[in-house]
Design a protein around this ligand. Structure first.
Ligand SMILES: Nc1ncnc2c1ncn2[C@@H]1O[C@H](COP(=O)(O)OP(=O)(O)OP(=O)(O)O)[C@@H](O)[C@H]1O
Ligand SMILES: CC(C)(CO)[C@@H](O)C(=O)NCCC(=O)O
Length: 251
C-alpha cells in the first residue's frame, strides 16, 4: 500500500508523520534550509518510494521550499496540497478560499470526531490562535488573534523598555492568576495568562451559545498548559496531522 506522509505547514513549524501511529516530527520553520532538510530527510528515511505527501498549508514560502525538496530528493513521490474543495464542510465565511486551510480542515475533522452532527469548537493555539465553531456540520465562522510568541514580539517592538521574550520558556501557570515581581516575569505571565484565560473565557461563552459542543484544543502553545484546560475539553496535540490521515480515507 502507498505510504502517506501527512504534513501540517504553519507559520512557525512544519509537522509531519509517516503513519497515523508514528511520532510527529516538528521542524522549526526558523531553522536554516539545511537544518530543516536534515530533519525531514531523517523522518522519511525508511519510507518507501512512490509515497504520497498530503499537505495542509497556510504558509506559501515553506510549501514551495518543501515541494522543491521532495522533487529533488524523492522524485518518485507525489506532493498533494489539500484544496478547499476536497474538505466536505460547508462554511458561512464569505470567501472559502481565503479561510485558512488549517481552520477548515480542523473544523471538518472536529465535526467528524464529535460525530452524529454534534456541535464542535476547535481551538488551535499557534503563531496565531484560531477558534472555530461547527454547528450541525456547518462551519459558522471563527476568531483569530495573535499567539503567545507573536504577542511577546509585538509588545517589545511597540515599546521602548520591554525586551523581546518570544524565545523564553513558558512560565509555570496555575488556575489562579499569578503576578510577576519584575519586568520579565510580568510580561511572560501577562502574555501566557492572557492566552490561557482569554481562550478559556471566550470558549466558555461560545459553549453557552452552542450547548453540547465538543471542544478540541491543539497547537504548540497548549504544550505546557493543557493540564489547566477544563476537564471536558479534549486536548489533541497534533489534531491537524490526525485530520490529514482521516481526510486521506475520504479522498
Ligand atoms: N513548549 C511551549 N510552551 C508554550 N508555548 C509554546 C511551546 N512551544 C511552542 N509554543 C508556542 O506555539 C507557537 C507555535 O505553535 P505551532 O507550531 O502549533 O504553530 P503553527 O502551526 O506554525 O502556527 P499557525 O498555525 O498559527 O501558523 C509558538 O509561536 C509559541 O508561541
Ligand atoms: C490564522 C492562521 C495564520 C492560523 O494558522 C491561518 O489560518 C491563516 O493564515 N488564515 C487565513 C485567514 C483566515 O483564516 O481567515
Amino acid at each position: 500500500m502507498q505510504t502517506v506522509v501527512a504534513v501540517d505547514i504553519g507559520n512557525s513549524s512544519i509537522k509531519l508523520a509517516v503513519d497515523p501511529k508514528a511520532v510527529v516530527v516538528v521542524v522549526d520553520a526558523s531553522l536554516p534550509d539545511e537544518g530543516r532538510a536534515q530533519l525531514i530527510s531523517d523522518a522519511t528515511r525508511d519510507v518507501g518510494s512512490r509515497s504520497q505527501w498530503l499537505v495542509c498549508s497556510v504558509d506559501k514560502v515553506q510549501t514551495e521550499w518543501l515541494e522543491a525538496w521532495v522533487l529533488t530528493n524523492r522524485p518518485n513521490d507525489s506532493f498533494h496540497l489539500v484544496a478547499a474543495n476536497e474538505i466536505s464542510l460547508a462554511s458561512h465565511v464569505r470567501d472559502r478560499e481565503a479561510l485558512g486551510r488549517d481552520r477548515l480542515l480542523a473544523s471538518w475533522y472536529a465535526a467528524d470526531q464529535a460525530g452524529d452532527g454534534a456541535n464542535a469548537i476547535v481551538v488551535d493555539a499557534g503563531t496565531a490562535v484560531t477558534i472555530d465553531v461547527v454547528l450541525r456540520n456547518e462551519h459558522l465562522g471563527g476568531l483569530i488573534f495573535p499567539g503567545t510568541a507573536t504577542c511577546l514580539s509585538a509588545v517589545s517592538s511597540q515599546t521602548d523598555a520591554l525586551p523581546d521574550l518570544a524565545q523564553q520558556p513558558a512560565p509555570e501557570l496555575r488556575t489562579e492568576v499569578s503576578l510577576g515581581l519584575s519586568t520579565e516575569p510580568a510580561i511572560l505571565l501577562g502574555v501566557h495568562q492572557l492566552q490561557l484565560f482569554g481562550i478559556v473565557s471566550m470558549v466558555r461563552s461560545l459553549e453557552q451559545q452552542y450547548p453540547d459542543a465538543v471542544v478540541y484544543c491543539c497547537g504548540g502553545a497548549f504544550a505546557s498548559v493543557h493540564a489547566l484546560l477544563p476537564e471536558s475539553w479534549s486536548y489533541r496535540q497534533h489534531f491537524l496531522i490526525d485530520a490529514i490521515f482521516r481526510l486521506k480515507q475520504s479522498l
